[in-house]
Ligand binder design. Structure first.
Ligand SMILES: *Cc1c(COP(=O)(O)O)cnc(C)c1O
Length: 361
């Protein structure tokens, strides 16, 4: 059996340090907004190369809080890719903004700056660039569009912890970024967690307030806030894992390049390997026969996943978006297949998966 993801195997090398960190939190008896969260926020800000990281409850809240802190609301339009996890869209509709879905580039499966530009109206306030599957969007081109039209450029970096563009990393490539630390992400905790990163001091202050009932000073509530905090236990786990992130991303890239060698010459469409700008949160191949391949892999004891089988505009919750013409997003949803890829996956497992696929595709 090769499972699609294996949390036990991924955390095993860090197990002793995680156990100690958890015991340390219990010893200190501080579990919310204590020293571990403050320390992890400082570490993660330094790692991303920004002035501020603010720990929040999850990736969805990270994005929602950014939009809310910028004061966006009803009547404001936010452009984002149509082929994303539903959380990107939920963040926008949660505060009453209108999501404007961009059909992705069929090659990179990322936001196409030309399409983005064509969707800008007088009501557009922001662009959310989703670094899907761990690959960075063209942030120079998107930054240029944002500057020319006076828009906020927000990164959805939930799949791209550590991805690098020259000396700069995901989280430092726009005005603000939302991260998720959901356990399967490149940097994951043992439950829900997230963070906002930014160089904007005022935005950081506002998000610190919003995440904690609109308060920085006890019993003084300056704005209408929410409760969305990264807790001490999750922060302690993340502090253990952060120093290993670059090494684990290197391992992900090595496995992706092994898949690439072994699957070349099949009928599968393989992802571009990229450079340090791709941290392979997911290794996603494409095939018109995706469902047959998936069933055959399953029968051979190999777990796979689909990110995502039903795009947001085809979900019952977003019936109002279903009339938008998004042929590339619809095509991709029928063809994408995520193969196992995590830092504890072995070369032998990749070879086994490729062998099964080569006999099929
Ligand atoms: C995981 C993910 C999110 C949401 O993160 P949660 O912590 O699960 O709320 C948002 N956007 C993308 C692209 C994701 O992959």
């Amino acid at each position: 059996m090769i499972p699609f993801f294996d949390l036990g195997a991924v955390t095993r090398p860090h197990r002793a340090a995680i156990d100690r960190a958890i015991a340390g939190v219990l010893d200190e008896s501080r579990v919310i907004l204590g020293p571990r969260t403050a320390a992890f926020e400082a570490d993660f800000a330094r790692y991303c190369g920004v002035r501020h990281a603010i720990g929040v409850g999850n990736g969805l809240d990270a994005l929602t809080l950014i939009l809310r802190a910028y004061g966006l609301g009803a009547g404001d339009e936010v452009i984002m890719p149509a082929n994303t996890f539903i959380a990107t869209v939920l963040a926008v509709t949660a505060i009453g903004c209108t999501p404007v879905l961009a059909d992705p580039d069929p090659e990179t499966m990322l936001l196409d700056p030309t399409v983005v530009e064509s969707l800008v109206t007088t009501r557009t306030r922001a662009i959310i660039a989703v670094h899907l599957y761990g690959r960075l969007c063209d942030m120079d081109a998107l930054g240029d569009i944002a500057r020319r039209h006076g828009l906020r450029l927000i990164e959805d970096a939930a799949q791209a912890h550590g991805a690098r563009c020259g000396e700069r990393r995901a989280g430092a490539l726009g005005d603000a970024a939302g991260f998720s630390f959901y356990p399967t992400k490149n940097l994951g905790c043992l439950g829900d967690g997230g963070a906002v990163t930014t160089d904007d001091d005022a935005l950081a202050d506002r998000i610190r307030m919003l995440r904690n009932y609109g308060s920085v000073e006890k019993n003084v509530h300056t704005v209408l806030g929410v409760n969305s905090r990264l807790d001490e236990l999750q922060s302690a786990v993340l502090a253990v894992r952060l120093p290993h992130l670059d090494g684990e991303n290197d391992r992900r890239r090595a496995l992706a390049s092994r898949y690439d060698e072994l699957l070349r010459g099949t009928a599968l469409i393989l992802p571009d390997l990229g450079d340090d700008d791709h941290v392979f949160h997911l290794y996603v191949v494409r095939s018109e026969e995706r469902d047959r391949l998936r069933a055959a892999l399953e029968a051979a004891g190999i777990g796979t996943a689909i990110h995502y089988p039903t795009p947001p505009h085809r979900q019952p919750a977003y019936r109002e978006l279903s009339k938008v013409h998004l042929p590339v997003a619809d095509l991709l949803a029928g063809e994408v297949l995520s193969l196992p890829l995590h830092p504890a996956l072995t070369d032998a497992e990749v070879e086994r998966i490729a062998e099964v696929l080569r006999a099929l595709a």
